[in-house]
Design a protein around this ligand. Structure first.
Ligand SMILES: NC(=O)c1ccc[n+]([C@@H]2O[C@H](COP(=O)([O-])OP(=O)(O)OC[C@H]3O[C@@H](n4cnc5c(N)ncnc54)[C@H](OP(=O)(O)O)[C@@H]3O)[C@@H](O)[C@H]2O)c1
Length: 242
């Protein structure tokens, strides 16, 4: 049996260590989004498979007998495709998806369905902190003219795609204290985040709450109806039972 883990999240990393400890035959695939990805305790491949045909060929060549999808809660393309292909090929598939964040007392969140909706709320004279990454930056172009600060892990290879934007480089984790000090220095009026869930990215939400800064929260994309768990131990149990 060879289990393929689709990674890109802290849960995928944690699961990889658990699988390695349990001596379960597994490998992990990373999208190749970060230039210096962290080392994994499992055999690791990087980058896209080359569409559905490439993915099917990969499953075949590597004799993959099960797939554990621990990709990002916004990576709906790979999740939808993988779930569909596994169903067709009769390969056991499980999604590990961390729960979404829920607002707590003192939070001032507005849910938006799409990046372009941000322009409905933000004035030209305001400063916005984007914790949403590089992938969907162009979709915020309705914010042109506002001061838009986009934090990235790796230095950008291209200029900011619209006027008024600037990049800020920073590698997580970030503590609440660090986020508070950054947000105060930048004097932000808005925070925009994807509802990724989990503890690692939460400090910026806590900092926004403490400062009374409103948050535009991007809703998660639709995911297929699949077998799903929310935690690493549950995913490990599934893998052990295969
Ligand atoms: N994936 C991550 O590590 C990650 C981490 C943080 C945030 N996000 C967020 O999730 C959203 C979509 O991200 P995305 O482009 O990664 O997902 P996606 O839109 O679902 O997938 C796009 C393509 O990326 C490749 N891919 C994605 N995950 C892969 C993996 N684990 N192994 C191999 N190939 C993989 C596949 O390429 P082929 O068709 O060539 O196979 C896939 O078709 C963005 O908003 C992004 O900011 C993703």
């Amino acid at each position: 049996m060879t289990l393929l883990v689709l990674g890109g999240t802290s849960e995928a990393k944690e699961l990889s260590y658990a699988l390695a400890d349990a001596k379960i035959d597994a490998m992990i695939s990373l999208a190749g989004a970060t230039r210096e990805p962290v080392e994994m305790p499992l055999p690791t491949r990087h980058g896209g498979f080359g569409g559905e045909a490439g993915f099917r060929a990969f499953l075949d060549e590597n004799q993959i007998t099960a797939v554990l999808d621990a990709t990002h809660p916004f990576a709906s393309q790979i999740t939808n495709r993988t779930a569909r292909v596994c169903t067709v090929l009769n390969i056991p598939y499980l999604q590990l998806l961390r729960p979404a964040w829920e607002p707590e007392g003192g939070d001032d969140w507005t849910e938006i369905a799409d990046e372009s909706d941000a322009a409905l709320y933000i004035h030209k004279w305001q400063t916005v902190f984007l914790g949403t990454g590089r992938n969907t930056l162009e979709k915020f172009n309705g914010l042109e003219g506002s001061r838009v600060i986009c934090r990235l892990i790796d230095p950008p290879t291209e200029p900011f795609p619209f006027e008024g934007g600037e990049f800020l480089i920073g590698r997580p984790p970030f503590s609440v204290e660090r986020e508070l000090s950054l947000f105060r220095d930048l004097d932000i009026d808005w925070l925009i985040v994807k509802n990724a869930g989990g503890e690692a990215s939460k400090p910026k939400l806590i900092a926004a709450r403490e400062m009374g800064v409103p948050v535009l929260m991007l809703k998660r994309p639709r995911m297929p109806a699949v077998r799903r768990v929310a935690t690493v131990p549950e995913a490990l149990d599934w893998a052990r039972a295969l």
